[in-house]
Design a protein around this ligand. Structure first.
Ligand SMILES: [Zn+2]
Length: 159
């Protein structure tokens, strides 16, 4: 799933709807950006769960990294390390999360992103915290890279 592309298409669709224009071809584009159905469904599930974890809004964006760490620890989602945080993105590494827990170190290799459930979960949590629409993408999966962690990027939606 290409969240960045999907996000751009959704913004265009919104603008076209507002201007009374057709969105037919954009629906096809959005479908392609969505990619594999299962990946999209897992993202959706994770996102729904993220919005159900009793996340409290935070006043100051500089506290996002700590607030993310606390939520991930509270719900035993995995071990997290925040590698970058700005007003546009949060980048982090996650270990021991449910999507790969039973698969890692068993010689299984995937092509591309595998942990879309956690990507959706992170987006849902951060969205609740900040009240800003977010999307998240797994940048590098441990099942692909052979590293001990998966890397995620959460992007704050800018119009
Ligand atoms: Zn992964």
């Amino acid at each position: 799933m290409d969240r960045q592309l999907l996000s751009k298409i959704l913004v265009q669709m919104r603008n076209h709807l507002k201007e009374g224009k057709e969105i037919g071809d954009m629906k096809v584009g959005a479908l392609l950006a969505l990619g594999h159905q299962l990946e999209a469904i897992f993202y959706y599930l994770g996102h729904e769960l993220g919005t159900h974890l009793n996340v409290k809004p935070i006043g100051d964006v500089t506290t996002i990294p700590n607030a993310i760490k606390e939520k991930i620890a509270e719900f035993n989602i995995g071990d997290v390390e925040i590698t970058e945080s700005s007003e546009e993105i949060v980048q982090l590494r996650l270990k021991g999360h449910s999507s790969i827990k039973d698969l890692i170190n068993k010689g299984i290799k995937t092509e591309g992103s595998f942990c879309s459930f956690e990507a959706g979960l992170l987006a849902g949590i951060v969205e609740k915290m900040t009240n800003i629409h977010c999307f998240a993408q797994e940048v590098e999966c441990s099942l692909q890279s052979g590293k001990s962690y998966c890397e995620f990027m959460i992007v704050f939606q800018q119009d």
